[in-house]
Design a protein around this ligand. Sequence first.
Ligand code: ATP
Ligand code: MG
Length: 402
Amino acid sequence: LPPIFEPTRPVLQKIEEAGFEAYFVGGCVRDTILGDSIHDIDIATSAYPSEIKAIFNRTVDTGIEHGTVMILDHGTGYETTTFRTESGYQDFRRPDKVTFVRSLSEDLKRRDFTINALALKENGEVIDLFNGLDDLKHHLIKAVGDPNERFHEDALRMMRAVRFASKLDFVIATKTLDGIKQNAPLLDKIAVERIRVEFEKLLLGQNPVAGLNEFLQTGLYQYCPGLSGQKEKLSGLLLLNNWQLQNNEQAWATLVTQLGLSLQESGKFLRRWKTSNELITNVKKMLPVIAGLRTSDLSPLTLFKAGKKAVQDANQVAKLYGWAIPDEQLMKQYDSLPIKSGKELAVNGGILINDAGIKPGPLLGKIIKKLTVQVVNGELPNDRENLINEAEKIKKRGIKRD
Ligand code: ATP
Ligand code: MG
């Protein structure tokens, strides 16, 4: 077992010593066998939550109604979940009832794909009830049991299939793929936030083109906000071959760019996906930079307004399209801006009121904006006396337009 499991092994041992079963399950087992890095470790156990709490001194009920208890040990938390079955999938969504069970196989049976239904014992032994090892070897995403049934139970699994296709660079098995094609409309029943999480992971995966291809082929895209009827434009994404997106901002900016949305349309589109306001703001900062890179017409003011992070993110998106300039060159351009934020301007409202005799009000704001633009463009030095002088001139002359 990779070293990352070491601290957790004693936890499993202790559960076993108390007469119960405990296994590593889910993504951590899959990723270990693939030799990929692991980000979180899930433990499944035959012990009921109350029994886990009796075994360990310090625990936290992090999701006790689902059977999840966190064991605290020397400041580290280990989440264990009792084996369970799920039933009563109303509305093609999450089950409304979970039942704790003592049998590992019952728990593994309810999992989405064979590669996600492996269990690993503390001693390194793999439990493979659904041929997951074989499918891992052949890079296949295959539903556990009948795909049709499984997608009826929980339609989100269809999005999970395409995201794993991208994340792992795997192929979706034929019957599973057919199941998705047949049931794609059920995605309508799923909360957009949950679809979004899977879609973002798809775009940030190892092979987004593979995931997107299945996303388009199966028709899943038709049940996603703002994407239905956009197959042609979305297919353009399949022709891009330099995928190396690093975060959600970059992922969404790519999508918006591909769809050819204006700033305003982009905001609307992202709100339909229920992304955070912060993400929308950040993407909107990137778009003018992407446009500037595209037309080789990147002004200092565009860089200034975007800020460093959005400039870097924009260049990453531009790389996909062949519009980027070398990161170092772009950062040099950015770093040579006379000021990086409004706060660095040598004057502020107070100074202009006191020293340039400008009254508080809309004109003051306009003057500050104008000075900022001139300083950013290198037309004025960022020097207090100079800016006060300039402000007085503007006051006399008046502002036509900003
Ligand atoms: P990642 O590395 O992206 O976290 P993961 O496989 O750990 O991948 P999670 O969403 O963290 O994915 O889920 C953990 C495990 O729970 C899965 O491996 C799978 O066994 C099970 N699982 C999660 N969501 C579902 C679902 N909708 N239907 C059935 N099983 C699921
Ligand atoms: Mg996980």
